[in-house]
Structures are given as structure tokens and as C-alpha cells.
Design a protein around this ligand. Structure first.
Ligand code: AHG
Ligand code: MN
Ligand code: MN
Length: 360
């Protein structure tokens, strides 16, 4: 279809705003600046080892205790520089920064907060597998805008249900920008000639059922019983309790897994486990679980900690980790049920074990 029959991201946002005449247009302007950061990163990532990204000095350890790849550092800079000047933000927080970033004094402050994982799945960069950027937009407390006080970590500790907008960019064979402003989910594909994100899928819906699951099974020995039960039942296939065969995928880029699930259904689990008692999960609540959870719920899917909807969790710290299960609604609800139900009796009931005819 020629471009004249398509909407750019700009047009999509303006058409949405027409239905909310009270909106100032600041959110739209902020989203366009976020999308510009994503376009810049799409270009850098697409050049692979030829680009500036991989020769950029890096290798420090971030607040997560993870080695920062050069592109983690560069993409964090791109997000900061593309968004600090526009007057729409009171502050920013990122996976790559221990403390929130302040808006430089030379720029005006605004009413939103931007939270991001500038490069998700960065362990995949060296092997040329899809990576992405994830973002979440929250409201800033009024005094950050009016009295000029600096943002603090507590300003960001809002439940995911308070997100004004959220989305991600995926840098795969095509670069795509996936967005929700709380009114469904839309997918835009970067037209490289035009340099514009063009609407290619409006009102995405996650199918409620699936035969595809995603989990890093090398952690199986650390899983809690409800997760073990769920995966065992999937693996048992047609003759098992689910009565159907399942397929398994693991990309190790959550944006890529989330995108696959938005496009064709599936369920993703990075559950709470017993691997490290100091970490209640692998993924980060504010800039991974919440934005992806918002998109899933907006697309008719579901996102959960296993025990409660992820969007209902009030964060306790900026870099809090959490168990995360998301995707096709009926599968996520099943996993939640397994967390509520008492463990299935795998071993013989004690009555038979102690009073068996064979033992007495
Ligand atoms: P990041 O690259 O931002 O640190 O996030 C990586 C995350 C996520 O994208 C992925 O699902 C998960 O880590 C992969 O974990 P494993 O290494 O355990 O597979
Ligand atoms: Mn990440
Ligand atoms: Mn990251």
C-alpha cells in the first residue's frame, strides 16, 4: 500500500488526540521524541560491528551488577539526550543508572516521567539477534513541575496501572515501534527510506489460547512447584493432562518474546525462583515488567507475578526485580490458579505409604 494510504506515528497520535480535546499535545510530543531515540538506535544497531556502537568504550558494571555492553551505555545516552530538552519531563530513570537523571537546569521541566530499558536483550548483540528498547511514561508529582524540586526514586514508585503510555521498539529484520496510550495497542514499522514509523497494525489482540510457551529451562531446579507443574504438563503434550502438544521458544530478548506473543499468542515466564534469595525474579518491575504488562493487558492478554496482576504491584525500589508471566489470557490465568491451589499430590498419599497391606 502506498504511504498515502497509511498513517505515520505522528498522524496516529494526532488522530487520537482529536478525541481528547482537553489534551495539551505534550504526551504526543514526548512519544515522538522517544520514537526518534528508537530510530537513532535502530540505525546504530543495524550497522552491527560496522557502526560506532560497538567501538564505543564500555565494559563497566551497572547497578544490576551486570557488565554494561558498549551499546547499553550508548543507547542510554541516546535516550537521555533525545528527551532531556523538550520540556515534557520532570526526570528519567533507566536500567543503566543507579539514581534518576535530572533535567539539566538549562531546560524547562514538564509533567511526565520517562522510565526505560534502553537496550533489552543486549547479550544478543554479539550474535545479531533482535534486541529492543522498552519505555514507560508516568506522571510526575506536581511539585517537580511547579516548585522545581529534583526528582527522587520515590517519585517513580507508582504501580504499572498508573502508566500513561508504554511501549517498545524492536530492532529485528524490520525495526518496529509498539505503543499503547491506554487505548489499545498499535504497531508501526520503520520505513527506512522515509525515516518514519508507519502504522502497520492497529488494535492488536493477543489470542486467548496458545500451544507455545517460553521459559529458560536451565533454571528448572530453582522453580517453585506451580511453575514446575505448569511446564511438566506442557511437556507431557497430547497424552498428558493438557491433551495437546506444546512448542517452546527462548530468545533471551524479552522484547522479542513479547513481540512474538503480541503477534501470535503464547506465554512467557520468568518466574520468581530460589536461585538467588536476594532477587525476587530476573526482570525489572519498572522498565521491563510494567510496560510489557501494560501492552499485554491493552491487547487483551494478561500479565502477572503468578500471584497477582503485575500492574497492581506498588514498587518498593527503582530497580526492583519481580517474577513475570505474561501472554495469552487463559494460560496466564491457569498459571495463577496453580499458584493458588495446594500442590498436586505427586507422591502417594500418606495413608497408603504408612498403612499399605504390603508393609504390615
Ligand atoms: P537486559 O539485556 O536489559 O539486561 O535484559 C535481558 C533480560 C530479558 O531480555 C531476557 O528475557 C532475559 O534477560 C534473559 O535471561 P536469561 O539470560 O536468563 O536467559
Ligand atoms: Mn532488559
Ligand atoms: Mn537493558
Amino acid at each position: 500500500m502506498p504511504l498515502t494510504g497509511r498513517w505515520t506515528l505522528t498522524r496516529y497520535l494526532i488522530e487520537k488526540r482529536r478525541r481528547h480535546p482537553q489534551a495539551s499535545g505534550e504526551l504526543n510530543a514526548l512519544i515522538l521524541d522517544v520514537s526518534l531515540a528508537c530510530k537513532a538506535l535502530a540505525r546504530i544497531v543495524s550497522r552491527g560491528p560496522l557502526g560506532a556502537g560497538l567501538s564505543f568504550a564500555g565494559g563497566a558494571v551497572n547497578v544490576q551488577g551486570e557488565v554494561q555492553k558498549p551499546l547499553d551505555v550508548l543507547s542510554n545516552e541516546v535516550f537521555l539526550r533525545m528527551n532531556e530538552w523538550n520540556g515534557h519531563l520532570g526526570g528519567m530513570a533507566s536500567e543503566e543508572m543507579e539514581e534518576p537523571a535530572q533535567i539539566p537546569a538549562s531546560y524547562p521541566r514538564g509533567k511526565y516521567l520517562l522510565v526505560f530499558d534502553p537496550l533489552d536483550g543486549s547479550s544478543n548483540i554479539d550474535v545479531n539477534v533482535a534486541v529492543g528498547s522498552i519505555f514507560s511514561i508516568l506522571r510526575a508529582p506536581a511539585e517537580v513541575l511547579h516548585s522545581g524540586r529534583n526528582v527522587v526514586a520515590e517519585d517513580f514508585l507508582q504501580p504499572g496501572a498508573a502508566q500513561v503510555a508504554a511501549g517498545y521498539a524492536i530492532y529485528g529484520p524490520a525495526a518496529q515501534f509498539v505503543l499503547s496510550v491506554g487505548d489499545g495497542v498499535a504497531v508501526f514499522t520503520l520505513d527506512p527510506e522515509l525515516g518514519e514509523f508507519v502504522l502497520t497494525q492497529a488494535n492488536v489482540q493477543v489470542p486467548p489460547d496458545t500451544q507455545e510457551f517460553a521459559i529458560n529451562s536451565s533454571n528448572a531446579r530453582f522453580w517453585e512447584p506451580p511453575v514446575k507443574r505448569y511446564v511438566e504438563e506442557c511437556l507431557a503434550g497430547k497424552p498428558g493432562p493438557r491433551g495437546k502438544d506444546f512448542n517452546m521458544r527462548w530468545i533471551a530478548s524479552m522484547v522479542a518474546e513479547a513481540h512474538r506473543i503480541l503477534m501470535r499468542g503464547g506465554v512467557f515466564l520468568y518466574p520468581r525462583d530460589t536461585k538467588d534469595p536476594d532477587k525476587l525474579g530476573r526482570l525489572r518491575l519498572l522498565y521491563e515488567a510494567n510496560p510489557v504488562g501494560f501492552l499485554m493487558e491493552q491487547a487483551g492478554g494478561r500479565a502477572s507475578t503468578g500471584r497477582q496482576p503485575v500492574l497492581g504491584v506498588t514498587p518498593s525500589s527503582l530497580h526492583q526485580r519481580i517474577g513475570l508471566v505474561f501472554g495469552s489470557r487463559n494460560e496466564v490465568e491457569r498459571i495463577e490458579r496453580y499458584h493458588l491451589e495446594p500442590p498436586a499430590p505427586h507422591a502417594p498419599a500418606p495413608l497408603f505409604a504408612t498403612r499399605s497391606l504390603f508393609r504390615y
